[in-house]
Design a protein around this ligand. Structure first.
Ligand SMILES: Nc1c(N[C@@H]2O[C@H](COP(=O)(O)O)[C@@H](O)[C@H]2O)[nH]c(=O)[nH]c1=O
Length: 149
């Protein structure tokens, strides 16, 4: 049976990038995967100062709002890099926090789907036809961790 997740406080909310699980990447601590992901949009750009601002955002929503500000300049190679950047962050998250690693492993081979009504790239979108890249990353991280154990 498919597992749909989205809101942090709902069942399987730990699969959301907004869940309060910090990661250490690129020599820095990030409060959530979302903080890290949004900040990476500005690496090497003239809006690089935004990275510090995103890193210290009080909430993942605040980090996302800063990262989605289209008056800023995101890196030109972002579209080609974003999925791998997300995968690395999600992998680190589930290697770091063993409590949620065991929740991920407990899902066996079930299909994981980010049930976003609006996001057809990371989630399944309103009509469930979206690409579900976050769900795919979680399933691939689940597989990788299983092989490492
Ligand atoms: N979970 C969740 C969201 N979804 C997350 O948004 C991120 C994609 O951002 P972007 O590439 O800027 O569109 C990605 O981490 C996706 O999982 N968005 C929200 O506004 N609220 C939320 O609770």
């Amino acid at each position: 049976m498919t597992i749909y997740f989205y809101k942090v406080d709902d069942p399987y909310g730990c699969f959301s990038n907004f869940s309060p699980h910090c990661i250490h990447l690129l020599g820095q601590d990030w409060a959530t995967v979302e903080h890290y992901y949004q900040a990476q949009k500005f690496v090497g750009t003239k809006d690089e100062a935004l990275i510090l601002e995103i890193a210290s955002a009080k909430t993942p929503m605040q980090a996302a709002t800063l990262g989605r500000d289209r008056t800023r300049h995101i890196r030109p190679d972002w579209e080609s890099l974003k999925t791998e950047i997300m995968r690395e962050a999600v992998l680190i998250k589930f290697l770091t926090h063993l409590d949620i690693q065991s929740i991920l492993l407990s899902t066996g081979d079930r299909l994981l789907v980010e049930d976003s009504q609006i996001d057809y790239y990371w989630g399944c979108g309103k009509d469930k036809t979206g690409q579900n890249h976050l769900g795919k990353i979680l399933m691939s991280v689940r597989q990788e961790i299983r092989q490492r154990l």
